[in-house]
Design a binder for this molecule. Sequence first.
Ligand SMILES: [Cu+2]
Length: 440
Amino acid sequence: MAALPEPVSQDKPLTAPPLIPATGRPYRPVVTLNGWTLPWRMNNGIKEFHLVAEPVVREMAPGFVAHLWGYNGQSPGPTIEVVEGDRVRIFVTNRLPEHTSVHWHGQRLPNGMDGVTGLTQPAIKPGKTFMYEFVARRPGTFMYHPHADEMTQMAMGMMGFWVTHPKAPHPLIDDVDRDFVFLLNAYDIEPGSYTPKIMTMLDFNLWTFNSRVFPGIDSLNVRLGDKVRIRAGNLTMTNHPLHLHGHEFSVTGTDGGPVPRSARWPEVTTDVAVGQMRQIEFTADEEGDWAFHCHKSHHTMNAMGHNVPTMIGVDHRGVASQIAKLVPDYMVMGERGMADMAEMQMPLPDNTIPMMTGTGPFGSVEMGGMFTTLKVRRDQKPNDYKDPGWFKHPAGTVASEYQGAGAGTAPSAPDSASATSKPAVEVQIRKPRHSGHHGH
Ligand SMILES: [Cu+2]
């Protein structure tokens, strides 16, 4: 047997350009959001890859790093791309402090290559290298992850994407101009610390696309008129309804393969359940910066406490001045909703990210977590993935303040309200840290 292929490693969380296949059969490669594709070598007609399971430092957003476990320098690990019918050999070296294995989620393969520790193979002990070999029998969207101490290893970020391209034109798999892939993952990292809490089952505080949070997630940059495919796999412990603005899409593939055309229908949101993969397709025929995000509103937030009472409409000036005597930096929040959080410069622990953040051309975006943008541009070059900057809206196409007759007057409450004995609802509106100025 030939020597082990030299493992390739990546130390940056950048979206790498698509890896054009230099050997083997040709295909149009995918783009991994804030990730990369693993190079291979051909050995007597077999595609050989080398995965290294190891501790990694992942930048989740600029200024915020996490100590995770992953593959080849990153979490998630690199995307593996092959062609239907390829014989694939994957060397897996374990540099973790405990044993592991790799399960090739969704693949048709010999049972003994399925990667379930104890059931189909012995565990890969620290320092050891195992070899998996099978033929990529069906084209589609797949994932890989450990099947050994899964709770710990997946909570620590061990997972990766796998795409098997069709070997010939396929009646249910269309050619596309752009093909983006990413995994949905979640972490519980206490602000100021670096390592996920692995015992968390439900209350994660970081909801991520490929172990990145907004505004650290790259935009999906496409050319007007491009046919676009986005593939997502869910390795969290809850479902994520992915929502795209400005376009309708079809779900063209699932875990089990391409969806028959008669079973496709238009959507603007599709739920990705736990352990599932979905591929959506649409024609990017509307210019602009279109939000693309999980529709669970808590999943577009960064590290936050969930035990905060609702304070909307509560005037807690008296309480605030009492507390300020004890805690000088105490900040009143939530009286008018939580949007002020995005603007406030709160002192944060060293290694974390604000709950809502990100600045767009019109101000604070008030988002975090599983949020990014699809940027559709007329002048984006074919196969150019660079960020074109913010959309320049044509004159007269942006929502703006009404300045016609009656501008500046709030509609008054209907007279019938005063006919009853109920007092009108009054909401005190004050800007945090500014006292004395309030309206009704
Ligand atoms: Cu979600």
